[in-house]
Design a protein around this ligand. Structure first.
Ligand code: KG4
Ligand code: ZN
Length: 334
């Protein structure tokens, strides 16, 4: 018998639905909310309203695309958290209602666990145990996955997430939200050594990005004072320098985690894993250390329901279902 699961992701500003059949993700429909761009960041109230508008068409599209009727579903999955409460509520309520109406199991999925499992959507898949750096707008963690559903956080950020650092640096440079992809693009023309940014000492495998953001702010403020066109004249070098610093901080800790655990199966996930320089540098570091590295396709790096679907498939096989009185958890530890 086939196992057909519909998965919904609505933790932040992407409304997404995907269908997974027998562990094979057949589609990944994403409605990106453009409305936040003019505000320079995600506005929670607007995000939940947009999810409310998008959820039905996105789910219908996913089912239509997969050529599957609602009646053929065996379970409905949704992101329980972490994320924005209003956004999570839209996906959770929709999934619960559908599960109840169809009298099929409901499956809750942890958003960060789903990012880690994005490596199991396509080949090649990591061998377990593997280490995954999850770097997004809300999180920066090094996770050891011992099994599909058994994961342990080895290190994490003590303040800002690295995606947030990218976005804040971009904002200081006058770039539109979300700034990460813009910094990535513009940095290709710049010199990463042009501006030195201070080192941040954080013990163990943890991270801290708030100091670097402040240092960048002071650098821009002082230089702009001397030369009003400083940012405009040095945009590519500034993007390359801040990007290089952030990537170095990520990779140094990932290397330390591999040394500490002896694990050489290494993956990156989350929105920042779409960064072209990070992918390139990871390859170089991997070659040096004899790692096998795994980078998801770009559509599975940023928020998507395909990763929720694959996580739900593993949970379905273990019979890990949720009760219908469940509610989202905006701050949700792995
Ligand atoms: O995983 P994600 O889509 O949403 C969260 O769960 O946060 O990650 C979004 C973050 C944003 O901060 C965005 O700027 C960053 O990922 N991002 C990038 C790139 N693409 C997305 N950062 C650097 N370079 C990129 N190419
Ligand atoms: Zn995410």
């Amino acid at each position: 018998m086939n196992i057909n699961i519909l998965a919904i992701e609505s933790s932040c500003d992407e409304t997404s639905a995907a269908v997974v059949i027998n562990g094979k993700v057949v589609n990944n429909i994403i409605a990106t909310q453009q409305i936040h761009e003019k505000y320079g960041g995600v506005v929670p109230e607007l995000a939940s309203r947009a999810h409310q508008q998008n959820i039905v068409p996105v789910v219908q599209q996913a089912l239509f695309d997969a050529n599957i009727s609602k009646r053929a579903l065996h379970a409905v999955a949704f992101t329980k958290g972490p994320g924005l409460l209003g956004s999570l509520l839209v996906g959770a309520s929709f999934a619960k209602s559908l599960a109840q109406a169809l009298e099929i199991p409901l499956i809750e999925v942890h958003h960060m666990q789903a990012h880690v499992l994005s490596h199991f959507i396509e080949d090649p898949k990591p061998n377990l145990p593997y280490l995954c750096l999850t770097a997004s707008g809300g999180h920066t963690q090094i996770i050891q996955a011992n099994n599909y559903l058994d994961m342990q956080i080895l290190g994490e950020t003590k303040d800002d997430a690295v995606g947030e650092a990218f976005d804040k640096a971009a904002k200081l440079l006058g770039l539109p939200y979300p700034g990460g992809p813009m910094v990535d693009k513009i940095a290709r023309e710049g010199n990463p050594q042009a501006f030195k940014l201070p080192d941040t000492e954080v013990p163990g495998l943890d991270f801290s990005f708030s100091g670097i953001k402040t240092a960048f702010l002071y650098l821009l403020r002082d230089k702009q004072r001397e030369t009003p066109d400083f940012i405009k004249n040095n945009l590519a070098d500034l993007c390359a320098s801040i990007q290089d610093k952030l990537i170095r901080m990520l990779l140094d800790k990932l290397e330390a985690a591999s040394l500490q655990t002896g694990i050489k199966e290494i993956g990156i996930a989350g929105g920042v894993s779409a960064n072209s320089k990070l992918r390139e540098e990871l390859k170089t570091m991997g070659a040096k250390n004899g790692w096998k590295i795994y980078t998801p396709s770009l559509q599975y790096c940023t928020d998507n329901a395909a990763m929720v679907a694959i996580a739900a498939h593993f949970k379905y096989k273990e019979g890990r279902f949720s009760s219908l009185d469940i509610s989202p958890t905006p701050r949700y530890r792995l």
